[in-house]
Write a protein that binds this ligand. Sequence first.
Ligand code: ZN
Length: 180
Amino acid sequence: MVNALKLKIKTLPFGTHTVECHVDESFFNTEEQIEVRRADVNVTLEVTRKSEDTFHLEISCSGTVTVPCDRCLDDLDLPVDVDYSLNVEQMGTELDDTNDELLIVPSDWRELDAAPIVRDTVLLSLPMTHCHENEDDCNAAVLGVLESHRVEAVPDVDDQQSETTGTDPRWEALKKLKEQ
Ligand SMILES: [Zn+2]
């Protein structure tokens, strides 16, 4: 939990306030989304209370997250450098987060936890596929094993069923590789 990101919106004085914090992998591994092995990200959040029930957030994140490479499963460091700004308005009784630029929160909320917003800002800034840029940088031993067991044709339904009950030969081969 990153308490610094819990904004006390009812009692926040008018004007701009800056919150700075550092987040690690535990901050990102709260939901399924993607596997973050390590994270070292500095977060700066500027919150401006513009009126009784309107706020503006400026989020800036920089650092590194480490995820598994899609190709070889080894660690892959991805740089993080992203800014995001968002208006927040308190009204009604329903949360509405469907708009990218305006978040509507119920008027009786005393606190707004900006952690999920910061988390999504960082995760959405990452490239869709995470691979070592050059295949040469990938773990060659793992690639070799995967290559030698590549499935030639799309398996039919029966094959898929047997695959879920049996052991995938690729993982067996990887296990052997690790034991060497
Ligand atoms: Zn790789």
